[in-house]
Design a protein around this ligand. Structure first.
Ligand SMILES: Cc1ncc(COP(=O)(O)O)c(C=O)c1O
Length: 365
């Protein structure tokens, strides 16, 4: 009998997931009833159950009741047009010149991971300064979403880490970060989260953003902005997104990789949005044409369900109000949970200064 040929994948190495995944598995297997999960970027009830926002329930019902709801491909590779329009208006401001002059190029993406991935691939293909310097690095804060370096490596970039968090003050280390921005080469691509920083819970203050805008402008850096937790800090998307407008209006070249997984609790529906504010509407049109080519070669069409829910909420004044209240409640609940945790730690005389539990914000500690 002829010997069976070895399968071509038979010797595949096991592959290692990040330590965070291992820690999460350890947590799941821990039988203690008083365990607390401070690791994951998912808002759940205090009992640890999934939470569906009331506004999302209403929007879902509206969609189910819509006799016109069909399951065609979206009309464009860029995704659902009303979603992109409403999202850009919310993120950049209704009266923004960038919106009024059609200077924002954008595409719908598979959540924030997809937005980061498409943004990284787009820059790898088109970012002029690195065409002359193909080994130009992407600078990533030392403390960030664990997947950021993977995303840029997969797109073919080298990365370098820059200081972000000061463990002795439990705060954003503005001086070190700003100093490193002045030291790295001009026109560098720098990753920054807009608000509710994962995993530190520390964002630059309004004054620090002002100074960073000046440094970025002087060095002509490109800001790769990750917006994952809008509304989680102040309860208001408009307020939490102020740094985006500041940088864009200062004229700093940037992209915005946003996920609505968190702010609408639509984690698994994969609702993301990649935006580039650009100098003219012609450049924006060309960027969108290139985005279509990119979408086509990557995943073709983008999922419609989650984008339709977000659209229903943003375009309907009543649902929008309900959602704004949902988000305020969520941010307040996170602040209350922080307060409760600090109180318990102090009550049990836990060693250490726990002030940072409430001076930081959002869902990460
Ligand atoms: C900072 C940051 N960026 C991106 C993502 C990815 O978002 P998504 O789950 O929508 O892909 C996350 C998810 O936790 C995140 O925390």
């Amino acid at each position: 009998m002829q010997e069976k040929a070895a399968h071509p994948l038979a010797n595949i190495p096991e592959g290692k997931l990040e330590s965070l995944n291992a820690l999460q598995a350890q947590y799941r297997n821990d039988a203690r009833s008083y365990k607390a999960d401070l690791m994951c970027g998912v808002y759940q009830t205090r009992e640890g159950d999934p939470y569906v926002l009331p506004s999302v329930k209403l929007a879902r019902q509206m969609l189910f009741d819509d006799p016109e709801w069909e399951h065609e491909y979206p009309a464009s590779h860029l995704g659902e047009a009303p979603f992109r329009e409403l999202s850009a208006r919310m993120l950049f401001g209704e009266t923004s010149q960038m919106i009024l002059e059609n200077r924002i190029a954008s595409m719908q993406t598979l959540g924030g991971s997809g937005a980061c991935h498409m943004g990284a691939r787009f820059l790898r293909m088109h970012y002029e300064p690195y065409k002359f310097n193909p080994r130009g690095k992407v600078y990533i804060p030392a403390e960030t979403w664990v997947n950021h370096p993977n995303v840029f490596h997969a797109a073919g970039f080298e990365t370098a880490s820059v200081p972000y968090y000061n463990p002795s003050t439990h705060a954003f280390d503005f001086a070190s970060f700003n100093e490193s921005m002045t030291r790295i080469p001009s026109h560098s691509i720098v990753v920054l989260q807009v608000c509710g920083n994962n995993p530190t819970g520390c964002d630059p203050s309004a004054e620090e953003w002002q100074q960073l805008a000046q440094t970025f402008q002087a060095k002509q850096h490109f800001a790769f902005l990750d917006l994952s937790y809008p509304g989680f800090v102040t309860g208001s998307v408009a307020r939490d997104c102020a740094p985006i407008r500041l940088l864009a209006e200062t004229g700093i070249p940037l992209l915005l990789a946003a996920t609505y997984g968190k702010a609408f609790g639509l984690y698994g529906e994969r609702v993301g949005h990649l935006c580039f504010p650009l100098p003219t509407d012609q450049v924006a049109a060309r960027v969108e044409q290139q985005m279509k080519l990119l979408a086509r070669e990557e995943t073709g069409a983008q999922p419609r369900f989650g984008a339709r829910l977000v659209t229903n909420i943003l375009e309907n004044p009543h649902l929008r109000k309900v959602w704004e209240e949902d988000l305020k409640g969520l941010a307040q609940d996170l602040a209350d949970r922080r307060e409760a945790l600090k109180t318990e730690l102090l009550k049990h005389n836990a060693l250490g200064d726990w002030g940072f539990v409430t001076s930081q914000a959002g869902m990460f500690l």
